[in-house]
Structures are given as structure tokens and as C-alpha cells.
Design a protein around this ligand. Structure first.
Ligand code: HEM
Length: 512
């Protein structure tokens, strides 16, 4: 008896079409697998691949465990995306640096980028003419030659930071948050940040929302972008995404309007937004892009500096050796009796402090498994063949803690950077990312950390709290509502307290 016997003509037609589609799929799959070759693939489940294996936060130790098992490069599947994890500086350099012309795009994220960001969030934009144009402007405004734009803000806010530590040592993590946000708010909009103001709370909420949306598996459509082809009315995630986009725009627009009012009143300070508004790019791509070009910097610049400073405090409580060395350098330059605070102009005399800032970046990289770049054309490397669309990431914590790359990698040891490159904030670690997508605000990030840490270490002692061990690997550094670790903070001497009173009070009372 024939298999199709008893079926109507249209049923036979359906079975035939389905069979052809299945065979085509099988052949395409077979050809694809014959054509391309990936490094060790971590076994996963059908359709979702490894999406349920990777933890939602603190992914570094997971990435490290896989590297131990699968070697210098391994592949994960998150939905339809193949992610290649690069586990040594050698392979990161070979691919993401040297070939960065083709390794610098971003994943197609219909929800996080398309709907929530109107395809205008710089961090998530594909490698395109628009991204290049905006990135160029960012570079012109944020580069080190333009440091007169951000140095005065960092100077003032770090004095405020000391004052907060002196008067409210138990709230040190809130002080770090205020500092980092206020510097960025000042750099971008020329305005100080008031932590408890409802407007700024809303601004922080928008950053948290996008961070959550970027976690692997946070949205089904980002895992399986084919769902984006469903008719709009069936896309149940769309209204939530659009609400998030509108909220961002409302928050950014309010700051722009406020700045415009200050420009009109003649009270506006020079800032990123003011300089950006004068460029053709500010008007070329429409309002959504204009707003996100400013908002993206606020987002990218705040938490990163806050976390780096908190991690240095943990390092200071855990190991006095580097603190004592730094102190001896600071005392030599600023006086051992609290004669004056460290300044940016001291930087040439304080290379050890620059090494501390670099070590802060290496020791506990913020993006623990990097931030993936998308390959835009087929490529071959050491016997592997990658199709366009493959995602590549530098496995940051794994590399930072690899004994073959760094001597005694668990130790916070600034001496490792005391060489002729100590002034090159990018060299010797990967915390600002590799290649053309490298952090655009690295000068601001580095100087934020430099001035805050130099002043904090000059003025305060940091000790662990008995019975509360500090776990710097597993602490949730993203957390901002309570302290990620327990430390005791004491001012070094009455003279240091008096210095902070003098300098800090004036900073706290400064309004603009
Ligand atoms: C301690 C401080 C900071 C760290 C560790 C850091 C780290 C990073 C990393 C890892 C990336 C992704 C790089 C990649 O994909 O290859 C990035 C991107 C970015 N960062 Fe930073 N960052 C810091 C501070 C800042 C600051 C202060 C600003 C702004 C003033 C900023 C602006 C940006 C922007 C706009 C991007 C997106 C670049 C693009 O996709 O083209 N960052 N940052």
C-alpha cells in the first residue's frame, strides 16, 4: 500500500511541500556544517542551545570554568546565535583587534536595540555609517585633548565624594554612585546630579531596564529574532519595549530642554550636549537619535566608574601592600600632614597612581565575559571557518585571571603596570574592550577613577569588617541599593579631616 493512499489531493500537496521544505532544510544544514567549522561547541539543548546554562549575572566564573574545559576558544549557542568565546589576549588581538574592520558590528536585538532603543543606542548599533559618524563626534568631544571639559567637574565631584565619606562613611557606596553619576551628568549636560531627585531616579531606572534587557534570554525575540517577523499585533513584547523607549526619550528630552533654558539664560556650562548640538550629526538623524546619542553616554559612563572605584576600595581593605606604596608616593607629592589634595597636575609625578587605575581595570573587569561583537563577513582562522553573523567576545575575567598572562593574577598589584606604558591607559588589559568598538569614554573613565582613588587613598583607611569576608569575585557589583561588600572607613588623621572639611564643604555647596 502506498504511503499517500487514502489522502485527498490537497493533503498530498501539503505533504509534498512539507517534505521538500524538510529536505531543503536538511541539505542547507548539511552544507552549512560542511562549509563552516567552529571551535569546541559546548553541548546544549535544541533551539535554545546554551541559553539556560549561562547565569544571568556574574557570568565570569562560568566563562572561566568553560575555558578550563574547552580551551583557548569555545563556542556557545544562544538561540540562533553562535558565540565564540576568546580566552587569551593572543586570539583577541588576532581577531578583534587586527581584523576589527570586520569584527565590530553588534548582534541583531529586535527588542533591546530595535524597539527599546529605536535602533539609536550607540552601544547596540550595528557597524554602519551612522554609528561611525556619531562615534567620530564622541571621540572629538571625549578625547584627552578636551580634558578641560571634564577635569573641573571631576575635581569638584571628587571633593564632594571625600566630604560624603567623612560624614557618612556607612553610605560610601551611595557616595560612589552620586560621584559617578554627577560627573557624567555634568560632562554631558553641564549640571550636577542630585541623587534623591525624582528626575534622576527615573534616569537610573532607564539604565537598569536596558541592562536587564541585555541579559542573555531576557527576551524571547532577541534569542529567536525570527519572531520579529510576526505581524506587529501578535508581538506581545512590543508595547512594553515601546513604553521603555518613550520613557528614555522623555527623561533625555527633559534634560535637553533644561539645558536649552540655561543656554537662553546665559548660565549654561560648556558640556558634551552643548558641543554636540553644534555638530551636523546632532540634526541629521532625527530626534530619537539625537536624544539617545546623549543618553547612551550617560548610561555607559556612570555605573562603570562607580563599580571600578568600589572594587579599588575592596582591594585596599584586602591588601595593605599596594596602599602603603601609594601612600608613600602621595605623601611625597602632597605632604604627609595633609597639606593639600592630589591634583590632576600631579599625574606626571604619580605614575604609581596611574598603575593603580590600570590595575583596577584589569583586576575585576566589569564586563566579565566581554561585550560581544558581530563578524560581518565570512572569515578563517587557525583551521576554523566562521560565517558572517557569528558573535565574538573576549572572555574578560578568564583572561585577567590567567596565570600565563599575568603573574599572581588574583593579587591587586599595580607594580605589574609600572613600565614605559604606564601612561597608556588602554595597554595591558582589555577592560575597555578591543578594536573599533573600544569604549569611547575611556579617558573620562580612567580620570574619574584616578582622581577619586588618589584622593580617597590619601585621606582614608579601609579595613575589612570582622566576620564578613570580602568576596570580590562573586559580589554583585552592579547592585547600587546596598553595599556590595562590608568595609570600615576611617579618616587618616584630624589634619586630613580638616583638609576635607575645607575643600569638601565648598564643593558640596557649589550649585549649577
Ligand atoms: C571605568 C570606566 C569604564 C569602563 C570599564 C568601560 C568599559 C566599556 C566597555 C567594555 C565597552 C564595550 C566595548 C566593546 O564592545 O568592545 C564600552 C563601550 C562604551 N563606553 Fe565605556 N567604560 C567606562 C567608562 C565610560 C565612560 C565614562 C563613558 C562616557 C563618557 C563611556 C562611554 C562608552 C560608550 C559610548 C560605549 C559604546 C561604544 C560603541 O559601541 O561604539 N564609557 N565601555
Amino acid at each position: 500500500m502506498g504511503l499517500l493512499e487514502g489522502l485527498s489531493t490537497w493533503q498530498i500537496a501539503v505533504v509534498t511541500v512539507l517534505s521538500i521544505a524538510l529536505v531543503q532544510r536538511f541539505v542547507a544544514n548539511y552544507t552549512w556544517h560542511k562549509k563552516y567549522k567552529f571551535p569546541n561547541q559546548i553541548p546544549g539543548v535544541p533551539i535554545f542551545g546554551n541559553s539556560f546554562q549561562i547565569p544571568p549575572i556574574q557570568q565570569g566564573t562560568w566563562g572561566q570554568a568553560q575555558a578550563k574545559k574547552y580551551g583557548e576558544m569555545y563556542t556557545c549557542k544562544f538561540g540562533v546565535n553562535n558565540w565564540v568565546f576568546l580566552n587569551s589576549s593572543r586570539v583577541v588581538n588576532d581577531l578583534m583587534e587586527k581584523r576589527s574592520a570586520i569584527y565590530s558590528s553588534r548582534q541583531n536585538l529586535p527588542m533591546a536595540s530595535g524597539i527599546m532603543s529605536g535602533s539609536c543606542r550607540i552601544l547596540l548599533m550595528p557597524y554602519s555609517d551612522r554609528w561611525r559618524a556619531i562615534r567620530k563626534v564622541m571621540h572629538t568631544i571625549l578625547n584627552t585633548q578636551n580634558k578641560q571639559l571634564f577635569a573641573p567637574f571631576q575635581d569638584l565631584e571628587s571633593k564632594h565624594l571625600l566630604y560624603d565619606y567623612l560624614h557618612n562613611p556607612d553610605q560610601w557606596y551611595v557616595a560612589n554612585q552620586r560621584y559617578a553619576n554627577s560627573v557624567i551628568m555634568s560632562v554631558v549636560f553641564g549640571k550636577r546630579f542630585e541623587l534623591n531627585h525624582p528626575d534622576t531616579r527615573e534616569l537610573l531606572e532607564t539604565s537598569t531596564e536596558i541592562l536587564q534587557a541585555l541579559q542573555p534570554g531576557a527576551s524571547l525575540v532577541d534569542t529567536l529574532p525570527i519572531l520579529n517577523k510576526l505581524p506587529t499585533f501578535l508581538q506581545w513584547w512590543r508595547p512594553r519595549g515601546l513604553r521603555a523607549q518613550e520613557k528614555c526619550k522623555k527623561v533625555y528630552r527633559r534634560e535637553v530642554e533644561d539645558l536649552k533654558a540655561r543656554i537662553e539664560a546665559g548660565t549654561a556650562r560648556d558640556c558634551y550636549a552643548l558641543q554636540y548640538m553644534k555638530t551636523p550629526e546632532a540634526h541629521k538623524y532625527g530626534e530619537t537619535q539625537f536624544l539617545f546619542s546623549l543618553g547612551s553616554i550617560m548610561e555607559a559612563g556612570s555605573d562603570t566608574s562607580r563599580i571600578a572605584i568600589s572594587q579599588v576600595i575592596a582591594a585596599a581593605a584586602l591588601d595593605k601592600r599596594w596602599v602603603n606604596t601609594l601612600r608613600s608616593h602621595l605623601d611625597l607629592v602632597c605632604g604627609s600632614k595633609a597639606e593639600r589634595l592630589p591634583q590632576f597636575s600631579d599625574r606626571p609625578s604619580l605614575p604609581y597612581m596611574s598603575a593603580v587605575a590600570k590595575e583596577a581595570m584589569r583586576w575585576r573587569p566589569m564586563a566579565q565575559i566581554g561585550f560581544p561583537h558581530m563578524l560581518i563577513q565570512d572569515d578563517e582562522y587557525e583551521g576554523y571557518k566562521f560565517p558572517a553573523g557569528t558573535m565574538f567576545t573576549w572572555n574578560a575575567l578568564t583572561i585577567a585571571l590567567n596565570e600565563e598572562e599575568f603573574e599572581d593574577p588574583m593579587r591587586f598589584w599595580p607594580e605589574r603596570f609600572m613600565d614605559e606604558d604606564v601612561g597608556n591607559v588602554l595597554k595591558g588589559h582589555l577592560s575597555f574592550g578591543p578594536g573599533r568598538r573600544q569604549c569611547s569614554g575611556y579617558h573620562v573613565g580612567d580620570t574619574n577613577v584616578w582622581i577619586a582613588v588618589a584622593r580617597l587613598m590619601y585621606c582614608f583607611d579601609f579595613e575589612p569588617v570582622e566576620g564578613k569576608p570580602i568576596d570580590t569575585i562573586h559580589s554583585n557589583w552592579l547592585e547600587y541599593r546596598h553595599a556590595p561588600i562590608a568595609v570600615t572607613i576611617k579618616v587618616r588623621s584630624p589634619a586630613h579631616a580638616a583638609l576635607i572639611e575645607r575643600e569638601g564643604k565648598a564643593a558640596v555647596e557649589t550649585k549649577y
